[in-house]
Design a protein around this ligand. Sequence first.
Ligand SMILES: Nc1ncnc2c1ncn2[C@@H]1O[C@H](COP(=O)(O)OP(=O)(O)OP(=O)(O)O)[C@@H](O)[C@H]1O
Ligand SMILES: [Mg+2]
Length: 385
Amino acid sequence: MTNGCRHFRSDPPRIGILGGGQLGRMTALAAIRMGVSVRTLSPESSAPVEGLGESMTGDWTRTEVLESFAGGCDVITVESEWAPADLAARIVGPDIPVLPRPRTLEQIRHKGVQKDLLLQAGIPQAPYRRCESIEEAQQAAAELGYPVVLKKYQGSYDGYGNALANSESEIRSLWPLLSGPDGILVEGWIDFKREIATLVARRPGGEGVIYPLVDTIQRDHRCHAVLAPGSSDSEITSRARDLAVRCAEAVDSVGILGVELFETRDGSVLVNELAPRPHNTGHYTIEACHTSQFENHVRAILDWPLGNPDLIVDAAVMVNILGRSDSKVSLESIPDALQEHSGSIHIYGKTDSRPGRKMGHVTVTASDTESARRYAESIVSRILI
Ligand SMILES: Nc1ncnc2c1ncn2[C@@H]1O[C@H](COP(=O)(O)OP(=O)(O)OP(=O)(O)O)[C@@H](O)[C@H]1O
Ligand SMILES: [Mg+2]
């Protein structure tokens, strides 16, 4: 044991990643670059991680599948809060840590549980009610004031699972689409000035680093672009970063914790939601920071010293590449898209495209966010994938 770091059975250490999408892919790439071995497990064949380390496919709710995945791994991580981390932890026992810890994932996975935890920790957030019936949701909306945001408790992402309701009848018609066995989350609508986000990377002992605050631009409740550095003033920036660190402490996160926030028009900062993993709002860090979120996620779960999260460029903008139609993926449009401006292109290796699906992203670095955004949008607008 040196530097207080954990000593692993295998050298190089092997990390197991539950999940095989773009986050697993970029985490695997960062690990492989550092010489760390990677094994992934996905419930269905997962093109983004194929060819990166050892990729396994199998029913990850089955003990024997998890046992054969975990055997020979030194640490297991997840690419999503819905991966079966608790089952994996029970099966592998204390010798192979599952990080972030299953308890952290439990606290974040259910939006009602997450909100209650942040409330107890004194973290400011949008007012909300947990409602078990349509009548309770209508009553909550009357108290909070219309419009309200209805949120599915579990399994929502990229805005699938959220809807704005303006009336009692809209609540009634949205209820069957969004409610689960324990109802629905009703949130007061925040007339925010901007949406902002940051990332905290944290080692098992709590030592951490925090990334710059960025502006995030959503379209259809879904991340479209990320601008670094953000445009909040220094007072808001430092409050947002303090809140993010408090969130990381409240859930005792290990690895990357993505923190989405609102800056309101009256100058307050509210936490919107947490993500216990590398996050779409942190993809810009690959080109724009000393150490990317993916590298720091790997270092954190290995309990290695964390790298510097600061920007190495004046400005960077990331724009997501979304699918536009149901089709097989084609890279034909890419050479032409890259003709005019210089940008880093990331394609996630998915075989099928469909409207709104995240297929890749482009990051452009420049002397200011305005020009970086212009160039990034221009590249992305020419990509038909
Ligand atoms: N209370 C609110 N007031 C105003 N806008 C909101 C509110 N809650 C959510 N939104 C908008 O909807 C977007 C998606 O909401 P949220 O982050 O809760 O959903 P999600 O599906 O988990 O998102 P994702 O996976 O894309 O982060 C937010 O980024 C914001 O633009
Ligand atoms: Mg969100």
